[in-house]
Design a protein around this ligand. Sequence first.
Ligand code: MSP
Length: 499
Amino acid sequence: MASYYVTTPIYYVNDAPHIGHAYTTITADAIARWKRLCGDDVMFLTGTDEHGLKVQRAASEHDCAPIEWADRTVVRFQEAWQQLDIANDDFIRTTELRHHRSVQQLLQACYDNGDITLQTYEGLYCVSCEAYYTDDELDDGNCRIHRRPAEHVTEENYFFSLSRYEKPLLDWYEAHPDFVVPATKRNEALGFIRGGLQDFSISRTSLDWGIPLPWDRKHVTYVWFDALTNYITAAGYASDDTQFDHRWPGVHLIGKDILRFHCVYWPAMLMSGGVLPPRRVHVHGFLLVGGEKMAKSALNQIAPGDLVDDFGSDGVRHHFLHDQPFGPDGDFSYEAMVARYNADLANNLGNLMSRVATVVARKCNGIGPAPRPDSPLASAVTQCYGEAAEAWERLAPSDALDATWRIIRETNSMLEAAEPWKAEPGPEVDAVLGDALEALRIVAVLASVATPRGCQEVWRRIGMEGSVADQRLPEAANWGGYPGGQPVETGKPLYPRLR
Ligand code: MSP
């Protein structure tokens, strides 16, 4: 069975989850669900980044130990993902023992390889980014992302010899043209590598909230070295070699703000430690609110849970997947979310379900007829399925959902042309309704990766057994799978219209 391992970034534990985090996580969840439908052995990982100065400071502001603070705040992420029906297979916290072991093993491997050396460092550090900057990377001494002054720091640090990896990285990029997608982001990473790589510091003595270096316990590991390693920890590095060989390399989904860490530092760290770089890094843009990136300081963060209250988890998921193409920046708009919900979920899918169930109740005694093998819908469905599958493969959820919703529109058009609600019961009515039920069955499978709740309910109402998530593609998209002869249930609107 093919292995597919997909990850989100691990989020800073003391941040409140917002829709920017949700956007990456929903996309990763949808692709993981798609790959499960395709029969792959999927592992989908998300989690939290819990070490570093930010957490240590927040904990002391709240008069508690860092681990207590992390334990208290991690719950917000776990709850948010539950509300959004995120089906992750694992949730990693960097404070776990398995992760300590893995970071120490990778560090030791890089050290043994001669890539980690002790040096004195003096520089400007942004605590919010947990990153050093040079003067010209700052605006008047202020971090460009957080718009607050970088702090002056002098420390004895261990450095990772990133400069040695310029050539190996360029060779890797050349041999793997799809290592970073989209191409604009690949070029950005390549430009950075070609511009010359500086060694970077991988340890700190100024704080103790972190993982000690195995050969010098006065130092704790720099949070980014620690955080990036989470991806291999959860795959079994340092704990289960067989599992690790099966899972790794994985596919990372990240926002454009952390491109340099994932596309330059991370593959170099892995090469140094004798581990393969990730299979692919998908980079997406920001969700903007009023044209600005969400930030605590801008007071423009939107909590995913608030949207779930208004739209249900399907409504939130569908909007992000359909209206925010994965790649460019996109503006979040409540109005666009209402419009998408009403058009796709209430009108198209919801209406099709209730219309078909009502007519089956009136004209077929509530028993669903079988579809026609030579239905005029069959070829449209095959084509839409092909397009959706191809779009999921290149991680273009909005194209995939466009193709899926075309099946619904085609089915609604067929019904409007045939008007079975006006006709006398008989073979012609049965034929049209059987086709519509079959289209609903296939849509329920294909759309379940975006809107799992509603699709499971469609599956159940048309009389199919078990879980829609247990179906297998491509077979489940083959025309003719709806057997006919089972009761079809009318019910409350699947997605009540929003005003
Ligand atoms: N902890 C690091 C990541 C370590 S990964 C080894 C970090 N965490 S974060 O909490 O700041 O979240 C980073 C990720 O959240 C971004 O890369 C992106 O995937 C997502 N987003 C955060 N804000 C976002 C938007 N406004 N829009 C879209 N995604 C955003 O950096």
